[in-house]
Design a protein around this ligand. Structure first.
Ligand code: SF4
Length: 705
């Protein structure tokens, strides 16, 4: 059955997957209830990638969960909502009776709507009084967020509209493979690519690199884990070869002298020796950016997961921001620095209080004024609000331990596949007294749960998402949900009532929740108070901060001042510490992980879409043929990648463009093919980001297959 409005006209909504949030129209009919088409919008200009085009298949998928499930005698069996919810609350009560409020943990996701992310944080702190809430964005954007706040006093992935990139003649993209992760984004890089000004820093020759090279641009093929010295080496060149924008640095920044002292040690030859990037390429990259900025043809530095997913991720992003500041880019119309967000609501997901250290409005949970304000909106005493909790991996590592949570509820994350050191995380999940998973498919994590609650997916729900450029978008219902599936807002209300909360404190209408979110965010960094559903319905482009209903929103930040106390951006002196794990005689190669075109995140959704599964093929390792030969394998062979934390079964894909010391593993596959069985949970001290990008491994033939 179709929602009445969908029967009358195509429903305008946005893609269920990545942070570009391409605009879609859902037309009733077809095998899956609706058919999907691209819609004109500034970010995607009518285009969608293969993931977006095929997204309707999940709406009528045979694996779609339609009824709650409860584990009994080791098996999951269908249950009524009352029975399932009672089991959850009984488990929460038992855990907290034994271990106090923090004995229950909540794990959220960067794909949840703003309303769900907000309500989840409130549920944890008000209904459960637990400090143990964090989310999978900790694994995704947290280092860029930390570095952005450090430098600019505020973190918004792109502090300018994506369309500002379209006319720029010079763009340096560090650690991002947008040609596969968000293909319509590449259209915004065309002018730079055609001018020979697209520069990509990546250990691999990705399709994004190919695009750059085709136009005469550059590939800075650095060794994994050397992003930070590469940035310092390029800053060194910028200063010593006359590209420092002294006027900008003096007028708009602080801390340059200390940052330069650190970068001064990274003379070009030393940088080349450590990173593997030739001096000539670094020099050319700096020249391209500097000349384009000076001639007002636009210059940008963009960073993504490749720079962030390190135990030095925050410092690494700070180093790239330092280069951008030295060249005079941030806060200047037509130039800038930005971080390219990954998850669908990676931006909004980190603003509304599902992070361990934050309250709605992107406020610090330790700030007394923030606690007072949010407690007042929530109708509780500020003293009742818990303090900061454990970060995502620390929360998972504590599960089932003497002082850790005994019960965990997961929303919008597939931890058994996506968490670092995944084998250990699965052990921890299995040690719980109660694991509850809210999902619309039986993901690998849901399959382990004691209770599975079937919730709504993208085209079945109403709400808002905040895209990578900080613009708030409406998600709209195009089909009715099947069976007994319920909105997560309803689930949270049902649980809250059972925990003794008034129903009115946990409304279920997305618009009502959003209006409360607006009040909670008022005066915060991410101020949504002027954004309303009515304004969004008229098509207004509203980027936060938007502090009043007659405020136009803020598409471009920092044009006059940065969000620091003195209005100046801050350089941070940082130095190279190297990855936490180095190759040795047993594990002589470096494994780095990432995504492929046809899959999204843990693959729980995209592995079920037939066209995508066929396009992606099975799990593989990408390796130079000489490295493969030394390991005794050839292209197409079955092999195993072994590391200090596990082993992964792969098919060998030889590629002569790979570095001899590096192998690449996509992280979308399940079972023995999980790349995260190898990854290192060494944490960045500021962002608590695990080091997904560097693990020491060896490659071997797989015998007996
Ligand atoms: Fe657009 Fe990303 Fe969806 Fe692809 S996955 S259609 S790039 S929003």
């Amino acid at each position: 059955p179709l929602a009445p409005e969908a029967a009358a006209a195509p429903t305008k909504t946005h893609c269920p997957y990545c942070g570009l949030q391409c605009a879609m129209a859902l037309t009733p009919g077809g095998r899956f209830g609706v058919s999907v088409s691209g819609r004109q919008f500034p970010t995607n200009r009518g285009g969608l990638c293969q993931k977006g085009w095929t997204s309707a298949e999940l709406l009528r998928h045979p694996d779609r969960l339609e009824t709650p499930l409860i584990r009994e005698a080791g098996q999951l069996r269908p249950a009524s909502w009352d029975e399932a919810l009672d089991r959850v609350v009984d488990g929460f009560r038992a855990a907290q009776a034994a271990g106090g409020p923090d004995a229950v943990g909540i794990f959220g996701g960067g794909g949840l709507t703003n309303e769900k992310a907000y309500q989840l944080g409130k549920f944890a702190r008000v209904a459960l009084r637990t400090s143990n809430i964090d989310y999978n964005g900790r694994f995704c954007m947290s280092s860029a967020a930390g570095a952005g706040i450090r430098a600019f006093g505020l973190d918004r992935g792109l502090p300018f509209p994506v369309s500002d990139l379209t006319s720029a003649k010079a763009i340096l993209l560090v650690g991002g493979n947008v040609a596969e992760t968000m293909p319509p984004f590449v259209g915004h890089l065309t002018a730079a690519a055609e001018a020979g000004g697209l520069i990509v820093a990546d250990p691999r020759r990705t399709p994004t690199v190919e695009r750059a090279l085709a136009g005469g641009g550059l590939h800075l093929q650095l060794a994994p884990g050397t992003d930070l010295p590469l940035a310092l080496g390029m800053l060194h060149l910028a200063v010593t070869e006359g590209h420092l924008d002294r006027e900008y640095v003096d007028a708009r920044t602080t801390g340059f002298d200390d940052a330069w002292l650190a970068a001064a040690q990274w003379w070009p030859e030393r940088t080349e020796r450590v990173t593997g990037v030739p001096v000539a390429a670094m020099r050319r990259a700096v020249e391209i950016l500097s000349r384009s900025r000076q001639s007002d043809t636009g210059a940008y530095v963009l960073t993504a997961r490749g720079t962030e997913q390190h135990a030095t991720g925050t410092d690494t992003v700070s180093a790239w921001i330092g280069l951008a500041l030295a060249l005079g880019l941030p806060g200047r119309r037509g130039s800038g620095y930005g971080a390219v967000t990954g998850q669908g609501n990676g931006q909004g997901g980190r603003e509304h209080g599902q992070k361990a250290d934050q309250l709605p409005g992107y406020r610090k949970i330790t700030d007394p004024a923030a606690r007072e304000h949010v407690a007042q909106v929530w109708g509780i005493d500020p003293a009742e609000l818990p303090g900061p909790g454990r970060s995502a991996y620390e929360l998972l590592d504590a599960l089932g331990q003497p002082d850790g949570p005994r019960a965990l509820m997961v929303h919008g994350a597939n931890l058994a596949v996506s968490a670092p050191r995944a084998g250990h995380v699965v052990d921890r999940l299995q040690s719980l007294d109660l694991l509850v998973v809210c999902d619309f498919l039986l993901s690998e994590t849901a399959a382990m749960a004691d209770v599975v609650l079937p919730v709504l997916q993208w085209a079945e729900e109403e709400g808002t998402m905040t895209s990578l450029e900080g613009r708030v978008l409406r998600r709209r219902r195009g089909v009715e949900p099947p069976g007994e599936a319920r909105s997560e807002l309803e689930v949270l209300q049902d649980l809250a009532i059972r925990l003794g909360q008034p129903a009115s404190r946990f409304p279920t209408a997305p618009r009502e929740v959003f209006d409360e979110l607006r009040r909670a965010s008022a005066g915060g960094v991410a101020d949504y108070s002027g954004i309303t559903y009515d304004r969004l319905e008229t098509g207004e482009a509203l980027h936060w901060p938007c502090p009043a209903v007659d405020h136009p929103g803020t598409p471009r930040l920092f044009l006059d001042r940065f969000a620091t106390e003195d209005g100046r951006a801050r350089f941070t002196p940082v130095d190279h510490r190297g990855p936490s794990e180095e190759p040795d005689v047993d594990f002589p190669l470096v494994a780095t992980t990432g995504r492929v075109l046809a899959h999204y995140q843990s693959g729980a959704q995209t592995r079920r879409v037939s066209e995508l599964a066929e396009a992606a093929g099975p799990m593989f390792v990408q390796v130079h043929p000489d490295t493969a030969a030394r390991a005794g394998v050839r292209d197409g062979d079955n092999a195993v990648v072994l590391g200090r934390r596990g082993r992964v079964e792969v098919t060998v894909r030889c590629d002569e463009s790979m570095r001899l010391d590096t192998v690449f593993l996509p992280f979308h596959f399940a079972g023995d093919a999980r790349a995260n069985l190898l990854t290192n949970p060494a944490l960045d001290p500021t962002s608590r980001m695990p080091e997904f990008k560097v693990s020491a491994v060896r490659l071997e033939p797989r015998v007996g297959v």
